[in-house]
Write a protein that binds this ligand. Structure first.
Ligand code: SF4
Length: 849
């Protein structure tokens, strides 16, 4: 067994991991108790990383079309196509679309190639979809993309405002840190979010702001703080005062409660995330938040400051080295002096003259033929971009699409002319920077499988084939040294970013590098900061689409599920993409809980399973963003938003799109257990999730169900219950193990899936048991799984509550739920609260101003 210290693959918290490598492709994952981001904690996604490191579905050698190719042939082809395109159509006819999954070293080399040598800034990143508005807000307020706080400030705050952040699901270890602060020092927590998320349910105050109401709300708070003498009366000009009567749809009672908390606690951190950024007014939201901190002096001291939480593991590292189309490397812009310095440092013959195309504009340019060569790395824009149907059209039209990825068949890879096998998380070597500016090492756990290579090395090889000098590194540390030396330019231009003390780092010291912060704890102290007046702005109403659509993440899934979708453990939390809708909106649309419904916008439509819940505000619906064509025929959240972007940051407005919903009828509903992944495109609707040894499909459709197509060969047993419209089939191999099962109903209910899913590949269950989908001596029904680490469902938790468990800790002692990674603790708290509140009358809703 080998122990390797590395960093989690997923979110911007950047948790340290101690990985115990136990075999060729097996690893036991533990949190690193010495890593300052997480001090040993991990959420469910990080904890179960070990389930996603197998080679299933991996791209292991270069492919040209559907033909296996050697590296030389593939790289010659890519370099040749790129060179031809530049010669024939100019440098702006080529583009790179990269990812916050890349390491800083990968990002640095990609950016150097495009901006320095191709001569175009047409390199953008999927981080544009995640936090570009926060970057723009930082640049406007601080003159640089600097996060002015660290996680330590969360520990020392007395009030934490969470704006557009379902922290308990999306940044779970930060949520645990916030909870710890509440326990230690009584920190108050406010959630400002249109949805009553699990985070909001745990807050001291939930402020259900209207979609895009944040700017009005923070302007109103600022004026209120001036009125109360908490903010400076002569704080920079406040042209927003006339609009201050509007409070973003927040009722007077809730606004007063929020203002009281803000006025009373000077140690205040405002965390803002995708709910703020993914808006056509995302940059202004960031500045409205920063303005409040500037005017109240709540910045540059312990426990104070605005805090943008990034979504991806290395969004911040990409920002440092110029991964966004509108920046040069090292936080530099496009002034003559900055360009001249960059050109000299790189000895770059063709430094780009100005900003390139941001993500949405980039795919528009692909669509209309201005961009003819597109190289996509480590991301899946056919699923993740807004108006994803348009993006697919663009990819289908593009002359040359190159995809570097770890997965052989993603929705995007299907459009690729050339596929290049990259290293996956467990094989990469380099650095990442988390949300608080802390740089950590990511270290390889396994040898590179097949012919997979590091992204930076692939890009450098293409650059060399194009005849460019300056791409001769022999390892990742060589790239890192060059980047660190280049930050001398940011220092020269008055920026905070400074890694020059690492410019001469030895190979050994890089290998042993411990996590470090650039800029120190409060890097804006003593520097110029600007108040940027902002006005509320939102989308126009559309009578044809009377509801507002919100999209977001699930607790245990990541992005387009190419990795987390492989984990049977993580699949238990949400097996299907759900349309969450308020009961009155559901009734008005004649849709019911558990049925299917279609969400329709001006850009697209998709079908989801319905979950009716009063956690949704009337008039607003929510769908997840994770599901792809690989995982379902419907449930495609990103087909629905339009291409509107924030005019300053270019970040798409994923939230607050106009939509409508309608019922989808089907003749039958079924589930299928299968050892092999299939793509039942001929069925009306399907969605699959991982189970041990195979896949569980939820199916619905019209007409006949063709079991012969769905089920493999083997001994088949069957039961038909005409009265309940039920047909049940199980397929056994020669050894007596279950290899598939299909349960169909036309009028009734399907049985719970858990037990029979556990029989897949197993030998020993009696045939009647298989057809009943339960053992002859049934174990207690655990209910839907809440704690994925221990496989504990709702029923055991409610049993614990009935037996006297009064707190999440009590539940943990009684049944173990919530005692490992802790991601489910908010859900347990909600269950306890609901259990207790069963008899409590509902509060009258407030009238919003
Ligand atoms: Fe990974 Fe979870 Fe930590 Fe994010 S919070 S870095 S997903 S373990």
């Amino acid at each position: 067994m080998r122990q390797v210290r590395t960093t989690c693959a997923y979110c911007g918290v950047g948790c340290g991991i101690r990985a115990e490598v136990t075999g060729d492709r097996s690893v036991f994952i533990k949190g690193d108790p010495e890593h300052p981001a997480n001090f040993g904690k991990l959420c469910s996604k990080g904890t179960h990383l070990g389930e996603t490191v197998g080679l299933e579905g991996r791209l292991l050698h270069p492919m040209i079309g559907e033909r296996r190719a050697g590296w030389d042939e593939a790289l010659d082809l890519v370099a040749g196509k790129m060179r031809d395109c530049i010669e024939l159509h100019g440098p702006d006819s080529v583009a790179l679309y990269v990812s916050g999954q890349l390491l800083t070293e990968d990002y640095y080399v990609a950016n150097k190639l495009m901006k320095g040598f191709v001569g175009s800034a047409n390199i953008d990143t999927n981080s544009r979809l995640c936090m570009a508005s926060a970057v723009a807000a930082h640049n406007r307020a601080f003159g640089e993309d600097v996060v002015p706080v660290t996680y330590d400030d969360l520990d020392e705050a007395d009030l934490i405002l969470l704006v557009g952040s379902n922290t308990a699901w999306c940044h779970p270890v930060i949520w645990q840190r916030i909870e710890a602060a509440r326990e230690m020092r009584g920190t108050k927590i406010v959630v400002i979010d249109p949805r009553r998320t699990e985070t909001a349910e745990q807050a001291d105050l939930h402020v259900p702001v209207a979609p895009d109401g944040d700017v009005a709300l923070f302007n109103a708070l600022l004026v209120e703080m001036v009125r109360r003498g908490v903010a400076e009366e002569d704080a920079p000009p406040l042209p927003h005062r006339p609009a201050a009567g509007e409070k973003g749809g927040v009722g007077p009672e809730t606004f007063a409660a929020l203002a009281d908390l803000v006025a009373a606690h000077s140690r205040m951190v405002t965390v803002f995330s995708m709910g703020a950024n993914q808006s056509i007014a995302g940059t202004d939201k960031g500045n409205a938040i920063i303005n409040l901190h500037l005017a109240t002096g709540r910045i540059n001291a312990p426990g104070m400051g605005p805090f943008s939480m990034t979504g991806q593991p290395n969004a911040m590292g990409g920002r440092e080295v110029g991964g966004l189309a509108n920046m040069l490397a090292c936080h530099l812009g496009f002034s003559d002096a900055e360009r001249a310095d960059v050109a000299e440092f790189w000895q770059a013959p063709h430094l780009c003259s100005g900003p390139g195309l941001k993500a949405v504009d980039l795919f528009r340019a692909v669509h209309d033929g201005r961009v003819r060569f597109l190289w996509i790395m480590a991301t899946n824009p056919a699923v993740s971009m807004p108006d994803a149907g348009f993006v697919r059209e663009a990819l289908a039209r593009c002359e040359t699409v190159v995809v570097s990825d770890v997965i052989v068949d993603t929705d995007t890879a299907r459009f690729a002319h050339v596929r290049l096998p990259a290293l996956a998380w467990g094989e990469k070597d380099g650095t990442v920077t988390n949300s608080e500016r802390r740089v950590s090492r990511q270290r390889a756990l396994f040898a590179a499988p097949g012919e997979a290579r590091a992204d930076w090395a692939i890009i450098a090889d293409v650059a060399k084939r194009m005849g460019f000098a300056g791409f001769d590194w022999s390892n990742a540390v060589g790239v890192f040294r060059e980047y660190a030396a280049m930050t001398a330019l940011s220092v020269k231009h008055g920026k905070v970013l400074d890694l020059t003390d690492k410019a001469g780092i030895s190979d050994g010291d890089y290998e042993a590098m411990v996590p470090f912060l650039w800029g120190g704890r409060h890097p804006m102290a003593g520097r110029t900061m600007r108040h940027v007046p902002v006005e509320p702005r939102t989308r126009a109403a559309d009578p044809a689409f009377p509801l507002r659509l919100n999209t977001g993440r699930y607790r245990d899934q990541w992005h387009t599920m190419t990795r987390t979708g492989l984990s049977p453990t993580l699949a238990q939390h949400r097996r299907e993409p759900l349309l969450e809708v308020h009961p009155a909106d559901a009734e008005a649309a004649r849709i019911v809980d558990g049925a299917l419904a279609r969400v329709v916008t001006a850009s697209g439509k998709s079908v989801f399973r319905v979950s009716v819940t009063d956690a949704q505000t009337l008039g607003q619906i929510f769908v997840p963003m994770h599901w792809s064509d690989e995982m379902a025929s419907g449930g495609r959240g990103n087909l629905l938003p339009d291409q509107s972007v924030d005019p300053i940051s270019g970040q798409p407005g994923f939230k607050n799109n106009a939509c409508q919903i309608e019922p989808v009828a089907s003749d039958w509903r079924a589930f299928l257990l299968s050892g092999e992944a299939i793509t039942p495109e001929y069925l009306g609707w399907w969605s699959r999730s991982a189970v041990a040894g195979g896949w569980l499909y939820e199916l619905a459709g019209d007409g006949a169900v063709d079991a012969d197509v769905l089920l493999p060969a083997g001994e088949r047993i069957e039961a038909v219950d005409m009265a309940r419209g039920m047909r049940r089939l199980a397929v056994i191999d020669r050894g007596g193990s279950l290899i598939a099962a299909l349960f169909v109903t036309r009028t009734g209910q399907l049985p719970p899936r858990d037990w029979i899913a556990g029989q897949l590949g197993q030998n020993g269950a009696a045939l009647p048991e298989l057809l009943a989908a339960r053992p002859s001596m049934p174990a207690p029904d655990r209910g839907p799984v809440v704690c994925v680490c221990h496989g504990i469902g709702t029923n055991l938790i409610l049993d614990a509550a009935e037996a006297g468990a009064a707190s999440v800790a009590d539940v943990g002692r009684a049944c173990g739920a919530g005692t490992n990674c802790g991601s489910c603790r908010p859900a347990i708290a909600r269950m306890l609260r609901e259990w207790r509140a069963d008899m409590t009358p509902l509060k009258e809703p407030e009238v919003a101003q």
